[in-house]
Design a protein around this ligand. Structure first.
Ligand code: NOJ
Length: 759
């Protein structure tokens, strides 16, 4: 009995570390926080609005050396870039030494998995599998929470239409309707029902707002857009996340109509809180309060602090502006005590909701860290997510590979683990990842097939680029063989094999934050390799790893097959193998348009008709002299090993009024020779309205499995809600008249039917 008791006590201590508890919470959150606020000094309040990075990981330009002293003196209430039970406990112990023992909140960029890494968000979105996206967020939360974390800086829901911008990798693509659904799935996955247990974390929707509109795709650049574009397109997914109950919001680096988002009262208070009813707290992005000086809207840090807090920006990430200036601003009455208290209350509420006042060590558990991280179940989910994210872009009868073909596995990304977990895989351990080579050779020994490997090229031969990437953890290397020798080796291997699998693309550092590119092809030295491989006459399967749409016109014209795998995460190699060998029939569809050339950017499916739509016989129409207007691969595009045929679009009634729905149906037949999944997509168009409408807008999709030889009838219900838009007075309504509904396999290839909207 005694032994049991001692064991129980040790175990309890190990699990919760709850030896020093703060004030016990009163009956309601409000009365508890009212009481606490009364006890707090101004310095303690400012501390709650201050967030510093630890020195464990670096996600921005500065580290505050003194952050530990700030914690012990109550001048820092939240920490990011600190995880593991041991380290978070150590820091939480410091907070427990402060007068009021207000627990620290630990945040981190858990973007596509914590330790078990899932595909980059742009890739995962291409699975069009909302339930799987919710599960991957759940798993990320479970692992993060087991590692001491309370709060993830995800989901990133910026709408992206410029693939030069490296951060498209973190987004779910170009479409607001789909983006909204994904945003909500992610929020549910991270937060559960809004009362997180110790396997859930708070989510943070970012970057509020319009960050994806950066001009010329250059990170941190100016955004300038109409209110209509904001409300109809760019703001939609943030609003969806708010409606799903996201706990926190991160402001963006960009300006909105001349005023930086971080100091934009219209954005952070009028829209976010008053109009949308957001109740949580807003955190700045990394030093974005300070950066308002560079934006040119204020002259010094003190003014920046006043502008931000008065605008509704509650927590200062890494800028130390509130910490250094807020007390004086209060004394000078440039910021009111009521404003300060309102912000502090929001932060305390988040800590309360997490249960940290009851137990500041609620998320500290070595035992959970061991049990909940890198589990077999998480690996399986990551594998499924990775293969469902893969998009087959071209297939000239070469895939799936035959088990008895000999394979030349070539390319700098074929035997690489570091790159395939992708950017923003912050705590991810790439050594746990499965490379394509490991997966192929492993399966080769099982199948008795022969896989010969040659690197063929470095990821890049550009020394300047290599240096830039390596300055921030790139670890890119130059092979001891020169480029020509590498290519010769690869050709020799290709010549001995039946088929070439060339694994090429970007390094993970070529996309993500501060990773814009002006040319978005495969790096030029890899193109040289690819051309040499094609010249051997062997069929070439191009397996791509990259964080953005690439320009692939030459590849489309010359290689036998193209498989877009993004950065697939921990299980990427196994996922790729399973698609190449037809163990899994690819079902991913692009959520971002692939341009033919950089000159077409921005390019997206929901464009408008213009007054002079393209007409090849008319010089004075909207087009290029040198290329078609169409993209290389449109939004929603992706092939399968089988073929799906669409027919018989029909509607149950021809008119739709204020109430009720119409049902539009189509038959989809699998007339190929494999079972397969298809993402059936439904779009609408209002061809004549008081305000010009896009040529197509996604309004529904269904991902369904159709056995070979089978035909399924797929139906979608539509109501007038689906046809509403902002009219010329920015009133949200629909207009009477004929509209089109389209159903098809991608945004370009659809069947059409007309219905009439009546008032
Ligand atoms: C800057 C990035 O813009 C943001 O997405 C990230 O969450 C923060 N740094 C913290 O690392």
């Amino acid at each position: 009995m005694k032994i049991f008791l001692v064991a129980f006590l040790i175990c309890t201590l190990q699990i919760t570390y709850s030896q020093s508890k703060p004030v016990a919470p009163a009956s309601t959150m409000k009365s508890f926080i009212d009481d606490l606020l009364k006890k707090m000094t101004i310095d303690e309040k400012i501390g709650q609005l201050t967030l510093f990075t630890s020195d464990m990981a670096v996600t921005g330009p500065t580290v505050r050396e003194e952050y530990k002293k700030d914690i012990t003196s109550g001048r820092c209430g939240s920490i990011f870039n600190a995880y593991t039970p041991a380290f978070t406990k150590q820091l939480q112990d410091m907070a427990m030494q402060t007068r009021l023992k207000i627990p620290l909140l630990f945040g981190y960029d858990v973007i596509h998995g914590h330790k078990t890494i899932f595909p980059i968000p742009l890739g995962e979105a291409c699975s069009w599998d909302l339930a799987a996206m919710e599960r991957s967020a759940q798993i990320a939360a479970k692992e993060a929470a087991a590692d001491g974390l309370h709060w993830t800086y995800s989901p990133m829901v910026d709408i992206v239409r410029d693939p030069r911008w490296g951060r498209v990798a973190e987004s779910s693509g170009e479409d607001p309707w789909l983006g909204a659904k994904i945003a909500q799935a992610k929020v549910r996955g991270y937060q559960g029902n809004g009362k997180p247990n110790n396997e859930q974390v708070l989510a943070c929707v970012k970057h509020f707002a319009l960050y994806g509109g950066a001009e010329a795709g250059r990170d941190y650049n100016t955004v300038d857009m109409s209110r209509r574009a904001m409300f109809e397109t760019y703001l939609v997914p943030y609003k969806a996340a708010i409606d799903a109950g996201v706990a926190t919001v991160m402001s963006s680096f960009n300006e909105i109509d001349g005023i930086p988002a971080t100091g934009n009262k219209w954005l952070l208070t009028d829209l976010l809180r008053k109009q949308w009813g957001f109740k949580g707290f807003v955190v700045s992005d990394y030093t974005s309060i300070n950066e308002m000086i560079n934006h040119g809207v204020i002259t010094n840090e003190s003014e920046a602090g006043a502008l931000a807090l008065n605008a509704g920006l509650d927590m200062d990430m890494q800028g130390a502006i509130y910490s250094n200036h807020l007390k004086k601003l209060i004394a000078e009455k440039k910021v009111s005590m009521a404003t300060l208290d309102a912000s502090v209350r929001r932060v305390l509420e988040a800590k309360y909701i997490l249960g940290l006042f009851q137990d500041p060590y609620k998320y500290v558990s070595e035992q959970r860290a061991q049990m909940n991280i890198f589990t077999a179940e998480h690996n399986t989910e990551s594998f499924e997510a990775a293969r469902r994210s893969i998009v087959l872009l071209k297939n000239d009868k070469v895939l799936p590979l035959h088990n008895n073909s000999s394979v030349a596995l070539i390319g700098p990304l074929a035997d690489n683990k570091k790159e395939l977990i992708g950017n923003w895989s912050a705590a991810g351990d790439y050594k746990r990842a499965v490379s394509v080579r490991d997966a192929m050779v492993g399966s080769g020994s099982v199948r008795g097939i022969k896989v010969r490997y040659a690197k063929g090229a470095n990821i890049t031969d550009d020394p300047v680029l290599m240096q830039k990437l390596n300055n921030y953890g790139g670890e890119l290397t130059k092979d001891s063989l020169n480029p020509q020798q590498l290519i010769e080796q690869a050709i020799a291997v290709a010549q001995q094999s039946d088929v070439v699998v060339a694994v090429l693309g970007e390094s993970q550092g070529m996309s993500g934050e501060a990773a814009s590119r002006s040319e978005i092809g495969i790096p030029s030295n890899q193109q040289v390799l690819l051309k040499a491989l094609v010249a051997t006459g062997k069929p070439v399967v191009l397996v791509l790893m990259n964080g953005r749409p690439l320009t692939l016109q030459w590849e489309q014209d010359n290689v036998a097959a193209i498989v877009e795998t993004w950065f697939g995460g921990t299980q990427a190699g196994n996922a790729i193998r399973s698609v190449l060998y037809g163990e899994y029939n690819p079902s991913g569809k692009l959520t971002m348009t692939f341009p033919r050339s950089v000159g077409q950017i921005p390019i997206y499916y929901s464009a408008k008709n213009t007054g002079r739509p393209m007409d090849l016989n008319n010089k004075y129409s909207s087009k290029y002299l040198d290329i078609p207007n169409t993209p290389l691969y449109p939004f929603g595009y992706g092939l399968s090993y089988t073929t799906f045929q669409y027919s018989d679009i029909s509607v149950d009634k021809n008119t739709l009024g204020k109430t009720g729905t119409v049902t539009v149906s189509v038959s989809v037949s699998n007339n190929g020779s494999y079972d397969g999944e298809e993402v059936v997509q439904m779009y609408i168009r209002d061809p004549v309205a008081s305000v010009a409408r896009p040529l197509k807008q996604l309004r529904g999709f269904k991902k369904i499995n159709i056995s070979k030889g089978a035909t399924e009838k797929i139906s979608f219900n539509l109501s007038v809600e689906d046809f509403k838009f902002y009219d010329k007075d920015m009133k949200w309504d629909y207009e009477a008249g004929d509209v089109f509904v389209y159903i098809g396999t991608n945004s370009s290839d659809v069947k059409e039917i007309k219905i009439r909207l009546v008032k």
